[in-house]
Design a binder for this molecule. Sequence first.
Ligand code: NAD
Ligand code: UPG
Length: 483
Amino acid sequence: MVKICCIGAGYVGGPTMAVIALKCPKILVTVVDISISRITAWNSDQLPIYEPGLDEVVKQCRGKNLFFSTDVEKHVSEADIIFVSVNTPTKTRGLGAGKAPELTYWESAARMIANVSTSNKIVVEKSTVPVKTAEAVERILTFNSSNISYQILSNPEFLAEGTAIQDLLNPDRVLIGGRETPDGQKAVQALKDVYSHWVPEDRIITTNLWSAELSKLAANAFLAQRISSVNAMSALCEATGANVSQVSNAVGKDTRIGPKFLNASVGFGGSCFQKDILNLVYICECNGLTEVAKYWEQVIKVNDYQKNRFVNRVVSSMFNTVSGKKIAILGFAFKKDTGDTRETPAIDVCRGLLGDKAWLSIYDPQVAEDQIKKDLSMNKFDWDHPVHLQPSNTAAVNQVSIVGDAYEATKDAHGICILTEWDEFKTLDFQKIFDNMKKPAFVFDGRNIVNVKKLREIGFIVYSIGKPLDPWLKDTPAVTRDK
Ligand SMILES: NC(=O)c1ccc[n+]([C@@H]2O[C@H](COP(=O)([O-])OP(=O)(O)OC[C@H]3O[C@@H](n4cnc5c(N)ncnc54)[C@H](O)[C@@H]3O)[C@@H](O)[C@H]2O)c1
Ligand SMILES: O=c1ccn([C@@H]2O[C@H](COP(=O)(O)OP(=O)(O)O[C@H]3O[C@H](CO)[C@@H](O)[C@H](O)[C@H]3O)[C@@H](O)[C@H]2O)c(=O)[nH]1
């Protein structure tokens, strides 16, 4: 029986291995992690991450051919194929701080593999890593053990949170990069054999190692670039009276462009886009490609601009101050159908409003109170380290209350900011909400999900990203705020 071990039981390691176990009943899959609380949760009825369809898959396989364990060394030493899916956060200190990825967790995983291995291994990079990481891993492994052959493969993951199970069951492509030697190609084939259980042959792409590593960074950069492009257009739409949804629709009808990923928003979030683009920018800089680095960096700058612009709209519309005003925040996760808050635009918007002394009442159907408080008190990039290494002092978030539903959040509020596109926000009783708010009552829709016409009829002053402005907002400036 082939044995697979995955190091890192996070948003990628957990769902990916669950689907491999589901589709390959004859493969024994064990997911290991240094975080005891995460592994305990994976073994309980309350999984550590919220992902539609994940519970069912885990329940079907757990205890049969899918196991979760903290006994990292034992399972690594027994495995034939080892996936490494550990954190690769942006460095906060030292060389490349603020851009380069921190490869400490990767390096310690590689050293541990070398220490405990007694048989040949295929080591698969699942984490998103800089180009040429496989070479470094290869060196760590070969210099630290003898008589064992290691083949390193790059098999980046393209799942998106909220649709992870669907993405894994029916991927656009599976990408496998390996050495172009006979042994390298044998390893590529061994991993191909795993995915071939359910992924059609023509969707499994094989490349050299460096192409696979770079393709992951390139894919995220292209995706994020589309969002920054449409968000840049949204600012121009507001200035000219054009409607960004109509522009996106017209542009996306061109089959060369396509309709997906053209939704204007308060800004993109999530653990990957910013981190991976910064990683790409750093690699370009290291290779002397300054203009290329600047080109990609602009995607992040426009995203920051969009978040600032949103805060500016809120404050300037409400008589240039939100000091002492209650603002309801609907949605804190970085997108719907996930409880993940890593790099969510809600953090920047809330901080901006708190900076202007607003009182925030926050509701999100999937994010726990502790998490929100932690996010609002953590430093940039601290969030991407293993949970047990994150700062635990979350006491210092004043002027914020976390509530159990949207009606409570909006009661007696002066304004509402919609920051996540949860389906339940589309069907709220806005008449009831209006009746219970201070007047004039404002809605700032950062996801373009409300029916603007209907809300204006009720009496709300409505701001929707990239849409023709409410007469109230026409004279308020859309410039960015100083940080
Ligand atoms: N989240 C996504 O949607 C997504 C999608 C594609 C790729 N990625 C990439 O996959 C990687 C993992 O992302 P994630 O979202 O799953 O992160 P995560 O923080 O959810 O999970 C990483 C896990 O690795 C564990 N870990 C760290 N060092 C370890 C070690 N030495 N031994 C054992 N366990 C260790 C941590 O405790 C943590 O549970 C990152 O490189 C990320 O960029 C993420
Ligand atoms: O038209 C759009 C599409 C997305 N977003 C925002 O962009 C962010 C990222 O969304 P999405 O890409 O759907 O989720 P992620 O889970 O971050 O997935 C991205 O990052 C993963 C980690 O690398 C990759 O594996 C995925 O392919 C890639 O889509 C979220 O804040 C979305 O709200 C928009 O603002 N407008």
